[in-house]
Every structure is written in C-alpha cells, then in structure tokens.
Ligand binder design. Structure first.
Ligand SMILES: *Cc1c(COP(=O)(O)O)cnc(C)c1O
Length: 370
C-alpha cells in the first residue's frame, strides 16, 4: 500500500453545506452562549436519540466531570480500567476514588458479577463504559445499583446511535455521556452531551456548564465553562444528516472484516449482542498469542511497516498509567490486563474501501502463517 491507512478518519460534511450555515453567524454575530444553533442541535439530538433530557457540552470529558459534580457523588466510584484516560480522570478530578472492577472476556465491558465484592460503605456510584459501543450488562448493573442505592453513570462515548431493545443505549442508567470528538461516529469536531433521567438535573447542568450562573446577579454553584459554541453546533447539525448512512458504510466494513477473520484460530472478534443494533464504531481484535505463536506487538510492528496503522486501544490499562500505577495494580483485573496486552483496533471509517479491508486481512493472515 502506498498510502498510509490510519485507524480512523474524521467525517466531514459537504463543504458548501457547512459554509452556507455559518454565513448566518456573520449577520447576527452571536457565536456562543447557547445560541439558536445550540438549541437546534439539542432538539434534533433529543429527537434522533429519542431521549427527553439532553444537554450539549463542549466535549465528552467535561460532560463526565460535570455530571459527576451535578449528581454530588462522594467517596468511591466503581469503574473499569479498560477505557480511555478520560473516564478515570473525571472521577479523580472530582476528588473521588476510582475502584477498578475487571471486565468480561466476551465483550470487554465491566463484569457485573465482580462488582458486589468491591462495594463498601463509601461507594456512591458505578461508572461502566459501553466500550467499543458494546452494551454493558445493564440489567444486572441496575439490580446491584438498586440493592445498594448507588447511582449509575455510563460512559457512552463510543455509543452514539447504538440501540438496545429499540431504545437508545445512552438512555439507560441515571445518566450517560456521549462524545462528539472528531474521531467518533458522530462529531462536532470537539463536543459531547449528557443524557439524564431526572428532569430536576436540567437547570443544575445548564447552570454548571455556564460557571454556575443562574441569572445576571445570582451565581449558585461552583461551575465551569463547558458550553458548546455555534460553529460546532452547526457542524453537528450538518453531520447529523449523514450519520445513518455512515453507520451503514461502517457496517459493511465490519462485516467484511468479520467474514475474513472469524475463522482464524487465535484471533478473537466481538460477537453480535442480542437485541443490540451496533454503530460499528471500532473493529477491535484480540490476538491470543498462546495460540498464534506471535504477539500483538510484533503483528502491529509488521502492519505499520506495510503502511497500516491500527491502534493499541486500550493499552496500557488506566491502572498502568504513570499517574496511577503507584496507587493501583493490574493483578486484580487479569481479564482487562490480558485483553489490553492482546488488542488492536483495526482501521474503520465510512470511506475505507473494502479492497483495503481485504488487503489488511490478507497481511494479518500472512504474518500469522509465517
Ligand atoms: C472519547 C472518549 C471520551 C472523551 O471524550 P472527548 O469528547 O474526547 O472529551 C471519554 N470516554 C471514552 C471511552 C472515550 O472514547
């Protein structure tokens, strides 16, 4: 391959559509602070996701920090080490203690049967991740949360457009956060949202994302600035029109990978979850080195030489980060450690050609057989 094939590529709407929309901003000169495009995008997202309560935020990470603050969590939060830095940072930056629960080998989400033993009298919430858009065991997590009176916040950054039993996956739990970062299935360049169950949180979130300001002369909480501006809201409005067709394209690519790779012994793919409609955000593959005789790092190095750039995602585990490794260990989450050491996410984005997918699979097959 002469061109470099990266793991993902930002979806861009047609240039003219975006330019036409932003022209209006020069007429009004209102470019931020919950303007008309901000309102319009919130409304369209509520309709598209079919959720009653949604607040646009400047990015997914601040959405998570802010909802943790809004829910006034305390003490300890049970979460997963197999995630992006953001999930744990949001807990720690709220002065809470993350407690790491292991994941399941079948879908890499939190193992609900390992949660209860981690609950203490300090636990206030469970924060699982619908990792790669795979649904957590929401029924079981919900049962545990009810039994111990805990809140459940899902990091649903990978989950835009995923449905479970015909409902948006992000509508389960007390709250979920979405990310609209450039690399995600739906993007506003940088952006995110909070989806929440209780209407009473609406004003609180609105105020918090605007410095805690309730009205001109009343500042009621120690808020932050997490507002989305009009340029990015317009990017979202333009992109939302294409999200269905891009998911369909992703679907074709994922099926092609599946077709080519599922028979190879030692390569573990995700399998279809019952009643779930996926968004095909990622195509993660775990290389089981004891069966293959070659490990993930060697496969990755070989592919990079061939101009194919998959990602070791998520590697290292959060508990192995410089900033956390002194405090936490990985031996308590052996499944997460195994997955993290064997995983590669393969290139997937709407415009990736099927011939390129075939080529990537052929190269993987080659290095494994060698
Ligand atoms: C992308 C991502 C985030 C953070 O979202 P940003 O919009 O980039 O701030 C949080 N959690 C997970 C799992 C993510 O993949």
């Amino acid at each position: 391959m002469n061109n470099k094939i990266f793991v993902t590529q930002c979806f861009m709407p047609p240039y003219e559509e975006y330019i036409n929309e932003i022209k209006n901003l020069w007429d009004t000169a209102i470019v931020t602070n919950m303007g008309i495009y901000h309102q319009k995008l919130e409304k369209q997202l509520k309709e598209y996701l079919n959720v009653p309560n949604l607040s646009l935020i400047t990015n997914g990470h601040l959405a998570l920090e802010l909802i943790i603050q809004a829910m006034e969590l305390s003490g300890e939060v049970i979460t997963t080490p197999f995630t992006f830095a953001s999930t744990t940072h949001a807990i720690v930056r709220n002065n809470l203690k993350p407690v790491f629960c292991d994941i399941k080998y079948d879908d890499y989400t939190m193992d609900p049967y390992k949660i209860e033993s981690l609950i203490t009298d300090k636990t206030s919430a469970i924060l699982p991740v619908h990792v790669f858009g795979q649904m957590c065991n929401i029924e079981e997590i919900n049962n545990i949360a009810r039994k111990y009176n805990l809140k459940v916040i899902y990091d649903a950054a990978h989950t835009f457009g995923v449905k479970y039993k015909k409902r948006s996956l992000a509508s389960y739990g007390d709250a979920s956060i979405l990310s609209f970062h450039a690399t995600k299935v739906f993007n506003t360049i940088e952006g995110g949202a909070i989806i929440f169950k209780d209407k009473y949180l609406e004003n609180k979130i609105y105020n918090l994302k605007n410095f805690g300001i309730r009205s001109k002369e009343i500042v009621e909480s120690v808020g932050l600035n997490a507002k989305m501006d009009e340029f990015r809201a317009i990017m979202g409005l333009c992109n939302l029109k294409y999200v269905e067709s891009t998911i369909q394209k992703r679907r074709k690519i994922a099926l092609r990978y599946y077709e080519k790779l599922h028979n190879i012994k030692g390569i573990k793919l995700l399998s279809h979850q019952k009643d779930v409609i996926s968004n095909f955000a990622y195509f993660p593959v775990v290389f089981e080195k004891e069966k293959l005789g070659i490990d993930r790092d060697n496969i990755c190095t070989f592919l990079e030489k061939e101009n194919i750039f998959p990602r070791k995602y998520f590697y290292p585990l959060v508990t192995e980060f410089e900033c956390y490794k002194k405090e936490f260990s990985t031996f308590k989450t052996p499944v997460a450690k195994y997955v993290s050491d064997g995983i590669l996410t393969l290139p997937i984005y709407p415009d990736l050609q099927l011939e390129v997918v075939d080529y990537i699979c052929e190269r993987i097959q080659y290095i494994i057989n060698k």
